[in-house]
Design a protein around this ligand. Structure first.
Ligand code: CAA
Length: 394
């Protein structure tokens, strides 16, 4: 396995279709962790809907939870290419764990590192980037999923604090997080320009964690609704200027989508590797099934699709690292890689035949896990809105 493109470690950055030594080290470390720490128990965690507490702690100790965060605040100071390489490797084996890595890195740490105040970074980011604490990103609501400007959660300004009321839905790390980035409406008359983002701590009065969702896939991850009843939040916990909250959410999600694209790529690549291995040993009609053109052509198709997805993911990561606009490339990477994840995992189950339908062969789980990559951090339809607006504006 190799990567389609990467960047040199120092500017000027350019495509050279090779990984740097540093990137190879990160890839190997993530790959090794996935094999030794995630693979044992991955089926059981999926069956029992068990959060990977121990694995997340180890990932934090190894620096995988704040990869792109400034070293000053406990992060690894790495580039986005390193992050997507790690996301791909972890997702090949366990997407329930990799979504925790993704949300913590690109929605919570990146958002705080880029837009938080020095006080917020000192108090919260240092703990989240090192994995001592976990973060969650709370934008979606029962009636504001794709239509994110329609926030119903309110943040009413008082003298030295805000009072938050409302409900958030489908929140990754909802039960396990320590700190929550919560988007809420302060000035409804200003529509999205009246929205703010806040840091809320678990355990604050009036903050209740709703029941855990029973999901089709990524069952080891922890998804909850959150209820805010007159939760008092100090003004110093507002991120950015008054009214910056929607921009904060959009800018942060644009990078988050690159992480989910890498997750989708990893799910596809993991399923492909299993299918290839299986096709080389499983026999039918007197030969290994990879010798049947019906199977060989499936493998050819999915290998090609995965390589194309990897190019788009790397392009988006390189755009972000170069300081170029990555709204378009990130949306294209997520749209395409999530489609590939769905198609490849379905084919991987098919190549496995009856065994593909059985849990111990892993591919049925990867197929179930693939679906969410077309939904969270912006559905495929939302990615098409972002892409079409970008290309029509040019
Ligand atoms: N960067 C900066 N600003 C942006 C932006 C971006 N990428 N995208 C939009 N904006 C700004 C616009 O410029 C505009 O601001 P101005 O008026 O000041 O110019 C403002 O945001 C509103 O934009 P639109 O008019 O385009 O708003 P819209 O209502 O048409 O919707 C949308 C835009 C792109 C569809 C947006 O609503 C969206 O992304 N929806 C999907 C939400 C989403 O991804 N939810 C996922 C939940 S998080 C999650 O899944 C996490 C998890 O736990 C795993």
């Amino acid at each position: 396995m190799y990567y389609a493109c990467t960047i040199t470690t120092n500017p000027p950055r350019h495509m050279n279709f090779k990984l740097s030594e540093e990137h190879i080290m990160i890839r190997d470390a993530a790959r090794n962790f996935a094999q030794t720490e995630l693979l044992p128990g991955v089926i059981e965690r999926d069956n029992k809907q068990e959060f990977p507490h121990e694995q997340i702690k180890k990932l934090g100790d190894l620096g995988f939870l704040g990869m792109m965060t400034s070293p000053e605040y406990g992060g690894g100071g790495m580039d986005t290419v390193s992050y997507v390489i790690a996301m791909e490797e972890l997702s090949k084996i366990d997407a329930s764990t990799s979504v925790v890595v993704s949300v913590n890195n690109s929605l919570v740490c990146w958002g705080l590192d880029t837009f938080g105040s020095p006080h917020q970074k000192e108090k919260y980011l240092t703990k989240i980037a090192t994995g001592k604490s976990i973060g969650a990103f709370c934008l979606s609501e029962p009636e504001a999923g794709s239509d994110a400007t329609s926030q119903k959660t309110t943040a009413i300004e008082k003298e030295d604090h805000y009072v938050i009321n409302g409900t958030k839905n489908w929140i990754t790390n909802g039960g396990t997080a320590d700190y929550y980035l919560v988007i809420a409406q302060t000035h409804p008359e200003k529509k999205h320009k009246g929205i703010n983002a806040f840091i809320i701590e678990k355990g604050w009065e009036g903050f209740e964690i709703g029941p855990k969702e029973d999901k089709l896939g990524i069952r080891g991850s922890d998804t909850h609704s959150l209820i805010f009843n007159d939760v008092k939040v100090p003004k110093e916990n507002r991120i950015g200027e008054d009214g910056f909250g929607f921009k904060f959410a959009m800018k942060t999600l644009a990078g988050g989508r690159i992480g989910i694209a890498a997750q989708a790529l990893g799910i596809a690549a993991g399923a492909y590797e299993l299918a290839l291995k299986y096709a080389k040993v499983r026999k039918s009609f007197g030969t290994e099934i990879c010798n049947h053109q019906a199977i060989a052509f499936k493998l050819a198709d999915i290998h090609t699709e995965i390589e194309a997805a990897r190019m788009l993911v790397m392009k988006a990561a390189v755009d972000k690292d170069n300081g170029d606009d990555y709204d378009l490339s990130g949306a294209m990477a997520k749209l395409y890689a999530s489609k590939v994840a769905m198609e490849v995992t379905v084919e991987a189950v098919q190549i496995h035949g009856g065994n593909g339908f059985v849990k111990e062969y892993h591919v049925e789980r990867l197929m179930r896990d693939a679906k969410i990559t077309q939904i969270y951090e912006g559905t495929s339809e939302i990615q098409k809105i972002v892409i079409s607006r970008n290309i029509l504006r040019d």
